[in-house]
Design a protein around this ligand. Structure first.
Ligand SMILES: Cc1cc2nc3c(=O)[nH]c(=O)nc-3n(C[C@H](O)[C@H](O)[C@H](O)COP(=O)(O)OP(=O)(O)OC[C@H]3O[C@@H](n4cnc5c(N)ncnc54)[C@H](O)[C@@H]3O)c2cc1C
Length: 500
């Protein structure tokens, strides 16, 4: 509910945006003193930025600059679980999985609840096999196991062996550098420099910037001949901004994002008249644990186990959702788990140890008290004060569904539960959603051009890709679908700049 307090915070958030958004440096390019000049300038070193750098290098660009405001490369992409949904790959074929770009788009449109862009999703899904190969050419190595991330009608989330986005970022950074791409950390993009007709000429950057010290370093102007790509990621870590858009997402709500996900690029483009889209669609991850900070180990553990495990409401001892439904469906249902006073009463994910132990994250969730082992249903019921009889019946019923290959309770797709009965010992993790992903951002087209709010036309020489762009996924993004989309639009931006 929007209270007066949160409404006032909206005012403060909006004022902060205004304060952060500087004016255009000059309406006349001859007034600008350029400190550096490059063919292509890319802001942000996550999936979108690095995919663009690699593609531009492949296409023959000779002078590409990638800047990153933090002291390390990769942003949210490095923290990522290393999962990427691709349809129709050689690995899917080997595993007997039938899939197609059309099916992937249909799944995403469903999850987007009528708000997703079919055109942008199609563009991204069709580039999937190219991105899959591009990452392999960079040296990324995929596991031979494909994951069911929820809300999909085919199993398609490919994962790098590191089970972390670092498994993409490191090889891509190396490949980009092999093409001569210059990469600089502690360079913070402040704002765009435009000509009188709105064409983007370059950017102003704070060189030797230290995060949290907004006046650190010195300002320099960098000229971009072919264009500027803004790939600065989302704004999940900017609490004032996200709460202005969704009053329920204040400081007390956990967040999985890197500290640099503050929406700088988005805010700068808004101040240049770019079209905002779906800004208040902010996704919470249903696989998160309230017993650790950030994404942690629990997310990987629950992601692996959701298909063959059950999520239980502590008041009833019963399931309350399809554990592989799309993220929004699950997160909305999880936050409704409350005690009699209305306080959060996180649901329990109950997994069979015999299967859970096949995933390397089990060791860490147990070691760091993010999950616990129990040798009987009675022990779980006693520890978490659940109604024992109901819980026992629920587990018996679930095992019947496993045997039948059908879930009459919530219609879960049971293909990944075959033969995996829920028997002791059990591993139990608590579930409570955390702010994870921004579906909203700046409107782009299938050329990754940034669209102006005033006339719906592209802003010349300005491109955006990745989480800073919006409107692609609608109300809810499916798991594993950001990685390929960020890379697809990064690649697209590079192609557009090289054609321009
Ligand atoms: C913990 C976690 C796990 C995830 N797991 C998955 C997954 O397995 N699969 C999936 O599909 N999606 C996943 N996602 C979502 C996905 O990782 C992100 O949407 C994606 O990485 C965004 O990539 P990006 O290139 O747009 O932005 P980022 O990777 O965030 O990169 C943007 C970069 O720009 C830098 N930057 C920001 N502002 C400035 C500025 N002013 N000047 C210079 N640099 C700036 C940032 O510091 C950052 O390094 C996950 C997200 C998180 C947080």
């Amino acid at each position: 509910m929007q209270t007066r307090r949160s409404f006032l915070k909206f005012g403060a958030g909006a004022a902060a945006v205004g304060a952060l958004a500087p004016l255009t440096v000059s309406a006349n390019s001859s007034d600008v003193k350029w400190h550096e000049k490059h063919e292509i300038v890319i802001v942000g070193s996550g999936f979108a930025g690095l995919a663009a750098a690699v593609e531009a290098g492949k296409l023959g660009a000779k002078d590409i600059l990638v800047i990153e405001k933090l002291g390390v490369y990769g942003g949210n992409s490095t923290l990522n679980a290393g999962q990427a949904c691709f349809a129709n790959t050689d690995l899917q074929k080997q595993l007997g999985i039938e899939d197609s770009a059309e099916l992937m788009v249909q799944d995403q449109l469903k999850s987007g609840r009528g708000y997703a862009s079919e055109e942008l999703l199609k563009h991204s899904a069709e580039l999937g096999p190219y991105i899959y190969q591009l990452t392999k050419d960079c040296g990324c190595v995929y596991r031979d196991h494909i994951i069911n991330t929820g809300g999909t009608s085919a199993t398609r989330s490919h994962q790098v062996v590191e089970r972390s986005g670092a498994g993409f970022i490191r090889p891509m950074l190396k490949t980009a550098r092999s093409y001569g791409v210059k990469t600089k950390t502690r360079h913070k993009f402040e704002h765009l420099i435009t000509a009188a007709d709105g064409t983007v000429l370059g950017i102003q950057v704070r060189k030797d910037y230290h995060f949290g010290h907004e006046d650190s370093g010195t300002l320099i102007n960098i000229k971009a001949e072919k264009g500027v790509l803004i790939a600065t990621g989302g704004f999940g870590a900017n609490v004032a901004f996200r709460q202005a858009l969704d009053p329920t997402l204040g400081n007390e709500v956990g967040c999985t994002n890197a500290r640099g996900a503050t929406g700088d690029g988005l805010i700068a483009m808004l101040s240049e008249g770019a079209m905002p889209v779906h800004l208040s669609f902010i996704q919470s991850g249903p696989w998160a644990s309230p017993d650790e900070g950030g994404f942690g180990y629990g997310a990987g553990f629950s992601l692996y186990n959701f298909p063959h495990s059950i999520a239980i409401d502590r008041n009833t001892g019963q399931r309350f959702m399809n554990e592989t439904a799309d993220r929004k469906t699950r997160a909305d249902l999880e936050v409704q788990r409350r005690d009699k006073d209305g306080k959060p009463n996180p649901a329990l994910l109950i997994a069979p140890k015999h299967e859970a132990q096949k995933d390397p994250s089990m060791e860490n969730v147990l070691r760091y008290n993010v999950a616990w082992e129990f040798d009987s249903v009675d022990a779980i019921a006693k520890h978490f004060e659940l109604p024992t009889k109901q819980l026992k019946k629920q587990i018996d019923d679930w095992n019947k569904y496993v045997k039948a290959g059908e879930d009459p309770q919530f219609g879960k797709r049971m293909n990944m539960s075959t033969g995996i009965y829920l028997t002791a010992p059990f591993i139990v993790q608590r579930l409570w959603p955390k702010v994870h992903y921004c579906q909203g951002g700046i409107q782009i087209n299938t050329k990754a051009e940034v669209i102006a709010a005033k006339n719906g036309q592209p802003i010349r020489k300005l491109y955006a890709a990745g989480e800073v762009s919006g409107g692609v996924h609608g109300v809810s993004r499916l798991g594993g679908c950001s990685t390929p989309e960020c890379m697809a639009f990064g690649v697209t931006a590079a192609r557009s700049m090289m054609k321009a």
